[in-house]
Design a protein around this ligand. Sequence first.
Ligand SMILES: Cc1ncc(COP(=O)(O)O)c(C=O)c1O
Length: 496
Amino acid sequence: MTVSMHAASDGFLYDQVTRHVLDLVEKGTLKPGDRAPSLRGLSKQLKVSISTVNQAYSALQDLGVLRVRPQSGYYVDGQVPQSQQAQLPRKTTNSRKPRKVRFGELFEEIFTVANDPDVVPLGAAVPATELMPVKGLLRATQRAASRHPEKALEYCFPPGNRDLRHEIARRYVDLGLSVDPDDIIVTSGCSEALALSLETVTKRGDIVAVESPTYFSVLRLIERMGLLAVEIDSDPQTGICLDALENVLETMDIKAVVGVLNFSNPIGSMMPDAAKQRLVEMLSQADVPLIEDDIYGDIHFGDQRPGIAKCYDKRGLVLTCSSFSKSIAPGYRIGWVIADRYRKDLMEWKQATSSAMCSLTQMAMADYLRSGEYDRHLVRLRSAYRLQVEKMRFMLLKHFPPGARITSPQGGFVLWVELPRGVDALELVNRALRENISLMPGMMFSATRKYRNYVRVNCGTPWDARIENAVVRLGELLREMDGENAESSSAALADG
Ligand SMILES: Cc1ncc(COP(=O)(O)O)c(C=O)c1O
């Protein structure tokens, strides 16, 4: 078979070659210890230059997938974990009972370390600033400020800066969605978009259906608003199980469904577009609004950006929330919501709670988007995130105990790790934190505090020795904990 690569306009051809070799390894066509194709051979086969293959092979060496043997060529590393697919975490199952959410202090403790430079950042899903378009955004901010210095000082009332809303609406055209800029309400990050959406469609005591595991801030909102959460079974590849959701819709008075359909946090699942359509139709029949959080949609590893549920919404029941926090600048706090039939109510909540927004950051973001730099930046960013995620996955499989199962997301930048049964992930998180390594315990992602043997790992920072040492250390901590467990059970046996 002849495979040829198409030069992406961005020049990231080596990335496709990297993916090609990774596929061969993941499918087991190339096994640990096998000789990889020669530079010349692969360059001929894929119709790319030798230097492109060379670049890909050095990325694969960085990943720990290939090793060079002097005078002999490239070989698949003997330690490469095999059968990656078989090690995905299992589909989740849930009791389908509405529950109150109680976080307590856990939330605060985890976030106090999020910005501490001494802590290795494997906890909060934070992108490294070195991956952000620092110079481009600075130039856009300077241009915006000098063009309209007075406007930058003024209040910017909801729905937000018109140019920015126009630029956001323009980006949806590529997804086949025609959005009136006036239907977009600018918010302080995706967090506020989610909060306003929930405020708008629910009242105290209502039941909200969420994917399980789910992004903890949604659970936090449910807790603070006095709502009840019902957790829906989810698949690590395709997300919310629609049959389970259908069953819940038939048996309970659900007032809203919240989901991250593209590269969910934490399981990284992506609901296929046909399933998104079925979801929207199902909710339309039941007259239930969908709050779709699309914050990771732009960070897809495949060629094509996945669609959004809003594209299938004929009745204005889908509220699409997003932000530029994972792709441009979390500190600019620019998010938005397409509120459709809920626009009026949602605007009133916005006016009542935070009134005006920062003018300068909105003007700067509009300028940055208009400059066309965002798409070029996204190509680099997606490639960086993908390599970071792949590298982390390989290293976790290498250093964690054999029973660990790890997601293999096609976008975003977090990994969800199912540790062997009986491992206390919170204990691991606490021990790691004492050594300045942050991690997210799985229980943060459940209303019922389950997922006790799971952790979420942030891959938002480029790989370096510090991260590598942290992963090695986490593996050691897990072995220490395992040893202590074995000792205490044999002591218990001796006592008994
Ligand atoms: C799924 C999801 N939604 C929303 C947010 C919050 O986004 P923002 O920082 O724009 O408020 C995050 C951040 O981690 C997230 O992972």
